[in-house]
Design a protein around this ligand. Structure first.
Ligand code: SF4
Length: 291
């Protein structure tokens, strides 16, 4: 474990500001994500260098279709998450509460591997990058020195402080950001998160000229009403007012806690309907995923 950067000390606790939960963590306790702990009045990242998965993925799998198309991205993920989504497709690592015995990786090893396999970018993916931002930062700095791009696949709950810290050195080149719903209740009930903060983060990242693509997993009867899809599309259009921010509409497959008979695979017609709605709202680039 490593001492964290993104926190400040208060009288009886530490305040983490890596993500928008801004947890107040008392002595001996962990934050909401389960990977940042107050030890003797300092905050430590328990998962520094603990890589849960490491792959060479097509960049289109992130998914990013308008950023280094046709290239491979050296992709790494860690453990834990700052969301609790019951449909998570990576729940084995994102909701893992145990400390796994994994091979530790150093930032220079990750960069060396990316170069060895001729990947022009490194993607921080599979779980939320901001919760182990210190490790991501150390890799990103080295990656930049070696002319590699840095890509975040994120739920959009990174804090403004983290975004500014990285962007002072232009250390994030592209992001795929989830927009899971457009109802505040859905984010609160299922993810333990706040919709407004996500929309703000998306706007801020776009303003900082990071290449942005948005992904929405369409779950039957959860976020697939015409009204909600229209609101999502309108918001995405509002980012550049030209409709050039790509929208990935992804098909849901029953998974994790969302896998009893109530839940079913998103019908293809529903995805096509969402595509039509997006086009009507002016979005030029809409891609169906998981089909
Ligand atoms: S990263 Fe987010 S969830 Fe984790 S301790 Fe910090 S503020 Fe809390």
């Amino acid at each position: 474990m490593e001492k964290a950067i993104f926190y400040k000390k208060e009288e009886n606790f530490v305040k983490c500001f890596a993500c928008n939960h801004k947890c107040s963590i008392s002595e001996g306790k962990k934050g909401f994500c389960g990977v940042r702990k107050n030890i003797d009045g300092d905050l430590f990242l328990l998962t520094y260098g603990k890589v849960s998965a490491e792959h060479i993925d097509p960049i289109e799998k992130k998914p990013l279709y308008h950023f280094l198309p046709g290239s491979f991205s050296y992709s790494i993920g860690g453990f834990g998450c700052n969301f609790l989504c019951p449909w998570c497709q990576n729940f084995e690592i994102s909701q893992c509460k145990k400390s796994f015995c994994v091979k530790k990786r150093k930032p220079e090893e990750i960069v060396k591997s990316a170069l060895e396999y001729s990947c022009p970018s490194i993607s921080y993916t599979y779980n939320e990058p901001s919760i182990w931002a210190e490790f991501v930062y150390d890799i990103s700095k080295l990656a930049k020195k070696n002319n590699l791009k840095n890509v975040w696949v994120t739920n959009g709950y990174f804090s403004e402080e983290v975004l500014n810290f990285f962007m002072k050195e232009k250390l994030i080149d592209a992001m795929n950001i989830d927009l899971k719903a457009f109802k505040k209740e859905t984010y609160e009930k299922y993810c333990g998160a706040n919709l407004k903060k996500i929309l703000n983060s998306i706007k801020k990242a776009h303003k900082k000229k990071i290449h942005i693509e948005i992904t929405s997993l369409i779950i039957p009867n959860l976020n697939d009403s015409e009204k909600e899809l229209k609101e999502m599309a309108k918001f995405i259009f509002s980012l550049d007012k030209r409709g050039e921010v790509p929208w990935h509409i992804s098909r849901f497959f029953p998974m994790y806690k969302f896998c009893d008979e109530k839940y079913f695979i998103t019908p293809l017609e529903k995805l096509k309907k969402a595509e039509d709605i997006g086009k009507n709202e002016g979005l030029k680039y809409i891609y169906l995923g998981n089909v």
